[in-house]
Write a protein that binds this ligand. Structure first.
Ligand code: 3PG
Ligand code: MG
Length: 398
């Protein structure tokens, strides 16, 4: 797999380089256009700066959210172009379409050392199409913009999408430093984790995490489960969970996992139960045996934080994916904060996997230097740990 240094060594002055970045940043739900965490944009800066400073004409492409293959102003990358320019300390030209007239004109006009961001890739059906021919046709138009392709979108390497999988087949291709670093760290965690190995999983759905739970269970000393997904496990243990998130069809699967784990899956012992999904909702800490029928659990409780922190404290390796509660709402942030802080204190190697957990660390103001590595990829890091082939990495290896 060739990397960015190989490309820089070949010389990029005056050459067009198209860079796949993952600029899928979270936005404030109440204030359109306001980015709540620009970690993913920061993570790709070294690549963009190196190319810009070497005199390349840099064309950046990314997805944002999940628009349905047509332009949707809700998902424009325009605010991200503004932020990127601030972070780079130099202008970023923004194209109002991805491969249309505006993009073509702006690519043609791009000067040496200038940076252009194309509009959201997913405004085009070709980006995510399951039909190879449709994807390739779109990829050909993107590839026509450039002499070289660089992938530094680790967060999207698990997607068999045109910009990730098909463009690299059409151009000389290179892995950016972020992709290289992320793969190196995940390799270390999955192939040779120093024991004890503790995995912390949160987030809303068991179904999303099932494959990774199955893959990791044989390797871990403890698997701590919080977030919305813990309620299906608690239900499988016979607890009533009120109006909490529940995947009824997963209860039997959770029972089987609990049995297989033989005590190594650790569940919360208390939760913060709220009257509704809102920062102003009435809420109390309740024991898991007493979740009221009209309440929903939105965070793990303080006794659970202590229990989890205790399990984490002796670990030599920790992998964490998924918030413990609705950390975006202040009354339900303590669980995620407590667990994150416990992870920063271990005498070992910790990896924060994922968009949401990484964003939680930064929005809660937790010292990032306390972690061994903060990944920019949620789904991507989970799929790596599941042992799946990542289409974006495969494409770079070819
Ligand atoms: C992410 O946020 O996980 C990545 O940017 C990939 O986005 P996706 O899950 O919509 O493909
Ligand atoms: Mg995602």
């Amino acid at each position: 797999m060739k990397n960015l240094d190989d490309l820089l060594g070949e010389g990029v002055q005056g050459r067009r380089v198209i860079v796949r970045a993952d600029l899928n940043v979270p936005f404030d739900k109440n204030q359109p256009g306001v980015i709540t965490d620009d970690g993913r944009a920061r993570a790709v800066l070294p690549t963009l700066i190196a190319l810009r400073d070497a005199g390349a004409r840099v064309i950046v492409m990314s997805h944002l959210g999940r628009p349905k293959g047509a332009p949707d102003p809700k998902y424009t990358l325009a605010p991200v172009a503004t932020r990127l320019a601030e972070l780079l300390g130099s202008p970023v030209v923004f194209a109002a379409d991805t491969i249309g007239d505006d993009a073509q004109e702006k690519v043609a006009a791009l000067g040496d050392g200038q940076v252009l961001l194309l509009e959201n890739l997913r405004f085009n059906e070709g980006e995510t199409s399951k039909d190879d021919a449709v994807r390739v046709a779109f990829a050909e138009q993107l590839a026509a913009f450039a002499d070289y392709y660089v992938d530094d979108a680790f967060g999207a390497v698990h997607r068999k999408h045109a910009s990730v999988y098909d463009v690299p087949a059409l151009l000389p291709h290179y892995a950016g430093g972020l992709v290289i670093k992320e793969v190196e760290v995940l390799k270390r965690v999955s192939e040779s984790p120093e024991q004890p190995y503790v995995v912390v999983l949160g987030g809303s759905k068991v179904s999303d995490k099932l494959a990774v739970i199955k893959a990791l269970l044989p390797k871990v000393d403890k698997l701590l489960v919080g977030g919305g997904m813990c309620f299906t496990f608690l239900k499988a243990q016979g607890h009533e969970v009120g109006k909490s998130l529940l995947e009824a069809e997963m209860i039997d699967t959770c029972s089987a996992l609990l049995e297989e784990a033989d005590g190594r899956i650790v569940l919360p012992v208390d939760v913060v139960a709220a009257s509704e999904f809102s920062a102003d909702a009435a809420h109390d800490v309740v024991d898991i045996s007493g979740i009221p029928a009209d309440r929903l659990g939105l965070d793990i409780g303080p006794a659970s934080v202590s229990l989890f922190a205790d399990a984490i404290s002796g670990a030599k390796t920790v992998f964490w994916n998924g918030p413990m509660g609705v950390f975006e709402l202040a009354p339900f942030a303590a669980g995620t904060r407590g667990v994150a802080e416990a992870i920063t204190k271990i005498d070992g190697f910790s990896v924060v996997g994922g968009g949401d957990s990484a964003a939680a660390v930064r929005t809660l103001g937790i010292d990032e230097s306390g972690f061994g590595h903060i990944s920019t990829g949620g789904g991507a890091s989970l799929e790596y740990l599941e042992g799946k082939k990542l289409p974006g990495v495969e494409a770079l290896e070819k």
